[in-house]
Design a protein around this ligand. Structure first.
Ligand code: ATR
Length: 272
């Protein structure tokens, strides 16, 4: 049976084994998918062991995405631009290919919830690793403009600069930010620390849709705040998680699983 796994530390909370097992069943693929938790300094060894044991591909999550990038012998364009790898694949030629499916997962879920993104004005909160992986896929949807806002403005500027050849993208501080946005995406880790990004309430208008890249059984802190300010719709990142998994599965198996049903089951399990 073909072997797949997810590497991360911690990993016990990972939904990936559940998701990929359902994908395999749905598409009638014979594979096993497990979770591996290397020590913080043990990723390279654990990965080498995985390939020796016949591993065909894996997902990689925090804190190993940059190390996975280093471990890859070849990279897709989207992995090069993201500077991080969440998907490794052993190709038929025996080469370790590094890919990044996070942005594709986000875009798929945005479209599923909000419709086509073409000509929309999008605000991205945060300029860390999570933001970097999604900028190019968003610009590829021909949005009218992407504004990146970050507490540390220099990081937003650097990100906007890096992607300026792919579309209209600019940066701002939270204080200077104004105007109207169709979609606001929260990629900051503020919520994980029980905080909110310092976004002015007036930026949430009656037509604004908000997407929080994190998820929780209850509504996330950012989405709860956005609803209080009158947002038209809020969605959390569970669908992005399933979307990136579907994209990884497609990279490995050449067959695209449907993700609506898996997302429903996952949501049901979360709220138990
Ligand atoms: P990730 O890989 O998850 O994006 P990261 O690279 O550490 O993690 O980036 C975290 C992002 O959340 C950054 O944009 C960070 O802002 P800074 O670059 O200014 O540090 C943002 N962030 C974290 N806590 C925040 C808070 N309380 N308010 C606003 N932004 C916050």
């Amino acid at each position: 049976m073909d072997l797949y796994a997810v590497f991360g530390n911690p990993i016990s909370q990972s939904k990936s084994p559940f998701i990929h097992t359902l994908f395999a069943r749905q598409t009638q693929q014979q594979l096993s998918y497990t979770a591996i938790e290397p020590a913080e300094d043990g990723f390279a060894d654990a990965l080498a062991k995985f390939w020796q044991e016949g591993g065909k591909g894996c997902n990689v999550t925090a804190p190993f995405k940059e190390q996975a990038f280093q471990a890859a012998q070849q990279h897709t364009e989207r992995a090069l631009l993201a500077g991080a790898v969440n998907t490794l694949k052993l190709t038929d030629d025996g080469i370790i290919l590094g890919d990044n499916t996070d942005g594709a997962g986000l875009v798929a879920d945005l479209i599923a919830n909000f419709g086509e993104l073409k000509d929309l004005r999008v605000l991205l909160l945060g300029a860390g690793g999570a933001a970097r992986g999604v900028v190019r896929p968003l610009l590829d949807e021909q949005i009218s403009e992407l504004v990146i806002v970050n507490r540390t403005v220099a990081k937003a500027e650097a990100l906007a600069e890096r992607f300026s050849e792919f579309g209209k993208v600019s940066s701002s501080s939270f204080e200077d930010l104004s105007g109207q946005f169709d979609i606001i995406i929260n990629s900051t880790s503020a919520g994980l620390k029980g905080q909110l990004p310092p976004l002015k309430a007036e930026l949430i208008q009656a037509t604004t849709r908000c997407y929080d890249m994190t998820y929780s059984a209850d509504v996330t802190a950012f989405n709860a705040w956005a609803v209080e300010q009158g947002a038209a719709k809020v969605v959390d990142g569970l669908g992005m998680l399933v979307g990136q998994a579907a994209e990884s599965f497609t990279v490995w198996r050449g067959i695209r699983p449907g993700f609506r049903q898996v997302l429903r089951e996952l949501r049901r399990n979360l709220s138990r």
